[in-house]
Design a protein around this ligand. Structure first.
Ligand code: KG4
Ligand code: ZN
Length: 365
């Protein structure tokens, strides 16, 4: 069976066709996965502008879906179901996908499945690696989320912890912004960090020990916090520019601008920041794995594209004889193939969306 997935939760319009294989260990394969990124549009503004995002989704959605069907060599009549991201995300963006999916599923007479965006990221691991050894602990780390999930049973996700403030990807984006490196911050910091000294700038790691009043059902000691780290980078930069305040530092040597930092100093800040983020993520992930006697650990979401995070996950896994799972780079950031996969799992469990399905910006998992 073929399922068409649609994802429009943030700044990527994506459609994908995923096929059910009938193989229990490797249940799905990607037939097509088309992603129209809006990054060049939002870069100008230093971050995602919700209204521009929804308008661009409207422009792109039809073409992206047609292309996904064409790449898969499939017609509407070959499909057995559709899946769409219901939330969480930007409500205007989500609405475009949900409205398109409801209308086209009704027109084509297809069942529709509503998918949680983070369930999609978790299932991106299964798309390429096959079913995870269970129980598994999965870290979903993106621009909007940093959460640990325990998967005891395929398709059931138990929240173990989350960030109390900024998501890791958000911290990357904010630090890049204050260094004048542009949007999105993750890929550029990742690239510059490779050339820097990761011990050059002393930055704090945060370990939370107290319960979170806002999440009384969670123990709290596996939680994350990145806003202090971001502020520490800000203070470091300000200390260098105590008179004029923070201003863009890059490209260094722009006409009339005396750069505060040399390129190699910027690389040092990036490397030091990245070391702390990766250390904290890996530490908490393996801590959870130990506590819940996991048979495998995975990392998914946009930040799982990070080169240091990928390398350290694999290295830690090897030294602890723990199987590790990562999506390929194309499936790390937002895409519809993962939504189709999570949709197929729900569809096979007999769960479809009601006719009055609506987007939910703060949908919980
Ligand atoms: O999953 P995603 O595409 O969208 C959300 O659901 O948020 O994640 C986007 C986030 C951005 O914050 C971006 O800076 C970050 O992922 N990111 C990275 C890298 N590539 C993307 N962060 C660190 N290193 C990277 N290589
Ligand atoms: Zn995402």
């Amino acid at each position: 069976m073929l399922i068409l997935g649609i994802e429009t939760s943030c700044d990527e319009t994506s459609a994908a066709v995923v096929e059910e294989t009938g193989n229990v260990d490797r249940p799905w394969t990607v037939r097509s996965n088309v992603v129209a990124s809006q990054i060049p549009i939002h870069r100008e503004w230093g971050g995602v502008v919700p209204e521009l995002a929804s308008r661009q989704h409207i422009r792109d959605i039809c073409g992206v879906v047609e292309r996904a069907l064409e790449d898969a060599g499939a017609a509407w009549t070959d499909l057995g179901a559709m899946a769409v991201t219901q939330g969480p995300g930007l409500v205007g963006s989500l609405l475009v996908g949900v409205a398109f999916a409801k209308a086209s599923a009704a027109a084509a007479g297809l069942p529709l499945v509503a998918v949680h965006h983070l369930a999609g990221h978790i299932e991106s691991l299964v798309l390429e690696n096959g079913e995870l050894p269970l129980p598994a602990v999965v870290l979903v780390v993106s621009g909007g989320h940093t959460s640990l999930y325990l998967v005891r049973e395929a398709g059931h996700y138990e929240l173990l912890s989350r960030t109390r403030d900024d998501a890791a990807g958000e911290a990357y984006d904010k630090v890049a912004k204050l260094l004048g490196l542009g949007y999105p911050g993750g890929p550029v910091i990742d690239r510059l960090a490779a050339r820097g000294n990761d011990r050059a700038v002393p930055l704090p790691t945060t370990r939370l020990t107290h319960a979170d009043r806002n999440a009384p059902t969670l123990k709290g000691d596996l939680d994350f916090s990145f806003s202090g780290l971001k502020t520490a980078v800000l203070r470091y930069v300000r200390a260098r520019d105590s008179e004029k305040g923070v201003r863009p530092l890059f490209p260094a040597g722009e006409k009339g601008v005396v750069p505060l930092f040399t390129e190699s100093e910027i690389a040092d800040v990036c490397a030091s920041f990245q070391r702390v983020v990766v250390t904290v993520l890996i530490d908490r992930l393996f801590d959870a794995a130990r506590r819940y006697q996991a048979k495998g650990v995975g990392i998914a979401g946009g930040v799982s594209a990070n080169s240091r995070l990928r390398a350290e996950l694999q290295q830690y896994g090897r030294s602890r004889e723990m199987p590790t799972f990562l999506p390929s780079l194309g499936l790390s950031t937002d895409n519809a193939a993962m939504i189709a996969a999570a949709g197929l799992r729900k569809f096979r469990a007999g769960i479809t969306a009601p006719d009055d399905l609506n987007a939910d910006a703060s949908l919980t998992l």
